[in-house]
Design a protein around this ligand. Sequence first.
Ligand code: CA
Ligand code: CA
Ligand code: CA
Ligand code: CA
Length: 406
Amino acid sequence: MLSYKIKYTLIVSSMIFLTGCPGGSTSNDFNYGPVGDFAIPCAASSQCESGRCIEMNDGTGCSQYCYDAGDCPENFYCAPEESDSEELRGLCRPIDPNSVCHSCSSDTQCEIIGGLCRGVGQGNFCVMDCSVDDCPQGFTCTPQPSGEQICVPDTNDCSCNIFKEGAMRSCQNSNDFGTCTGTIECRGELGWSNCNGQIPGPEICDGEDNNCDGNIDEGLLGTKDHCSQCYDICQGSGISGTEPVCVEGECDVSCYENYYDANINTQDGCECIDDTQGAESATAAISMGNFSSCDFSHQLATAKVPADINNKGHADYYKFNYNNPWNCQENLQVELRVYSPAPQHRLCVSSANNTTESSWSCQTATAGNTVNIKPYNNDGAYYLKVELVNEGEVNCTPYQLTIKDN
Ligand SMILES: [Ca+2]
Ligand SMILES: [Ca+2]
Ligand SMILES: [Ca+2]
Ligand SMILES: [Ca+2]
């Protein structure tokens, strides 16, 4: 306080001398040193102890003279005043938070904070000059190679400093799995917070969008491992001829060739396997043998034409050779017996050496019944076909086929 008094005296006398205007009110236009009305709203300088009414925040307020920032309250800096006096150093002016660290291209843009336009981090920003002044909290006076001393934010990032606390920005977390967005918040002199967005990860079935691509559980939900919901695993893996599948959110099985889900139960997969006794076409027909006796009977009991609701097994084709060297008066006949609960079967039999299917004789047998076809007794090759009549009817029951002459 004592030094203020001394300086004040020196300043007043200097001012009087310099202005060449001694006496009058000029010598009392300002008072150097601490005041009791700092920042009190004012309309004119004469209302202030210091004799200075300046712009402050939203209006005008009384200020005070200073030597350095230590003479000014927090968030005020000691702005140099134009004077030829060595003693008159400056006036406490509010630090404009919008001007500190504001992007700039020339020093004149930074005059409001008595600063300079200098490079900080990536770009040029208004920084305060600390050659005569202290830096505000959160800034460190940093000598430059040029000899200047400027207030560099402790964050070394002008986008976030103590004056910008609470500022928010969007941010991204990216890796090989994707990019997730979030926000970062300026924590004042501590700098930006970490991005609060989630870390992208591989998509897993959990009801969340793990890789932040906007889709939840994509590529997983609706598959055999997550069919109607996550971890609803479709059964059938490990069962021969069976592939578990998920169709529109419902588990099903896909059967390999010659395998059928004839019991409409996916739990045991495609449990019905076709036999290999009947061929798939007349030309490939499998021979049942050569018959020439006048009284014979040959039976095939284990063949079947399986079917599930999606697929019907191929028709079974057979052939046999018949000759009648003794002119027996017996009748050659082919008999098909269908057991319950098998669906309708059809039996077709050719005449001797006739491979044209459209001319074969056919009969349809229902469950529990038997049908007979008696071709003419000519010598030659005979062809047989056993097939299911309707699509969509399930079956895994063997039929009984008999060739006889009696
Ligand atoms: Ca996703
Ligand atoms: Ca997910
Ligand atoms: Ca089954
Ligand atoms: Ca068959």
